[in-house]
Write a protein that binds this ligand. Structure first.
Ligand code: HH2
Length: 392
């Protein structure tokens, strides 16, 4: 586990450089030798010869980068390959450098708003757009940094929902929330048709549990709307994903998958500063895989992309604690049953934060925000001024 108090120098080690930023840049080159690739660079750090060859190429597109002093380059793959070969440190260490020097901060909270009849823990409660808006405003008041609206359950065994049904559930809610809510609004969907209509109606991001694999148009739709996106790892589909999931080393395999999906998104034109990656807790994973992904979050962060965890109320927590009801911990306790999954969710989220997660997708916004603030403070993200004021 790494501390977030100081830059994590291990990310800059030779081993990590070989693993993370070099691969991030080189993957798209391997899979698409003729295409253009998008990468953030510190141009000032490039050797003069590399900078000159970038300048001379008519095919290089430059935009201000995601951080001060950085430029986002969209350039032909062979030119970037040349750059990569010539100067591994200046250009290729950038992703890890950014991850290592990002000031420690409490993670952002993505509040879950399922507008489905059958979601595993809140199905049927927010189908009506008025009820959905009330819930979104409640989560905003509890400190949510963004809201995630979903119209198709992805719980294990769930059947896919037709496009028209998902649109009928999601669109009226997005249309109602977008003007009323001063927060980024994600749509949780694997369908490009739903993403497109929701983005046109005011959503600002897409949370795709298939990471663009379920619908060939998805990454294009995200790119052309210049939307944020969450790319999640899933083995199989919700219908079959929990049928004996097996991995050699789950963390390495999932890291590799996320690297490949991030590269596919870059190649499709998605702005790299808008990509968030997610290991997909509970999506084609046995208990031991979920635990490994939480214990080794820092390894996933070596890609240099913001990392999201969605552990909220999930069944792996119930398998540990015995809690059957995902949400109602007070009610269960009153009946003498084991506590529900909320305490377990807080503990799992704290581990994700300690490993460097920058986003938590949760149902119980207020409680999880508190847990995340404490976990982040232990990991070094507590403002110095407030620390001086604190007396204990
Ligand atoms: N988990 C669920 C749905 N979407 N998206 C991301 N990025 N990460 C997750 O872990 C994730 C997700 C499942 O939770 P929920 O939305 O509460 O249930 P359901 O799929 O039954 O609607």
């Amino acid at each position: 586990m790494t501390s977030r108090g100081a830059p994590d120098r291990r990310l800059l080690s030779a081993e990590a450089m070989a693993l993370a930023p070099r691969a991030l840049l080189l993957r798209p080159l391997e899979s698409d030798p003729g295409g253009r690739v998008c990468v953030a660079v510190r141009e000032a750090a490039l050797p003069p010869a590399a900078a000159r060859s970038l300048e001379r190429s008519p095919d290089v597109e430059r935009r201000p980068g995601p951080n001060p002093g950085e430029t986002t380059l969209r350039a032909p793959a062979p030119l970037l390959a040349e750059l990569a070969a010539n100067e591994p440190v200046a250009a290729l260490v950038l992703a890890a450098w950014r991850a290592a020097t990002r000031p420690p901060a409490p993670p952002r909270i993505l509040g879950v708003l399922n507008v489905t009849p059958d979601s595993f823990s809140d199905g049927g409660r927010y189908l009506d757009p008025g009820a959905a808006l009330d819930r979104a405003l409640e989560m905003a008041a509890e400190g949510a940094d963004a809201i995630d609206v979903g119209g198709e359950s992805t719980r294990p065994g769930a059947e896919p929902v037709p496009l028209e049904v998902e649109l009928r559930r999601v669109l009226p809610v997005v249309e109602r929330l977008a003007p009323a809510l001063d927060l980024p609004l994600f749509v949780d969907t694997t369908k490009a048709g739903v993403a497109e209509r929701a983005l046109a109606a005011g959503a600002t991001g897409v949370n795709d549990v298939s990471a663009g694999r379920a619908d060939a148009r998805m990454l294009e739709v995200i790119a052309s709307a210049q939307a944020d996106c969450v790319l999640m790892h899933m083995r199989g589909t919700p219908r079959d994903m929990q049928a004996s999931p097996a991995y050699g080393d789950p963390v390495t395999e999932i890291l590799e998958h996320l690297r490949e999906r991030a590269a596919a998104a870059w190649n499709a034109g998605v702005d790299p500063s808008r990509i968030i990656i997610d290991p997909g807790i509970g999506f084609g994973k046995a208990l031991e895989h979920n635990l490994a992904l939480l214990a080794r979050a820092a390894e996933l962060r070596s890609l240099g992309l913001p990392l999201l965890y969605g552990v909220s109320r999930k069944s792996f927590i119930g398998h540990i604690t015995g809690a059957q009801d995902p949400a109602d911990w007070r009610g269960e306790r009153a009946r003498g049953a084991p506590a529900g999954r909320i305490g377990g969710t807080a503990a799992a989220n704290a581990f994700a934060v300690a490993g460097g997660a920058e986003w938590l997708r949760v149902h119980d916004v207020g409680v999880m925000r508190e847990a995340a603030l404490v976990a982040a403070a232990v990991a070094g993200a507590f403002p110095a001024r407030r620390r001086e004021e604190a007396t204990c």
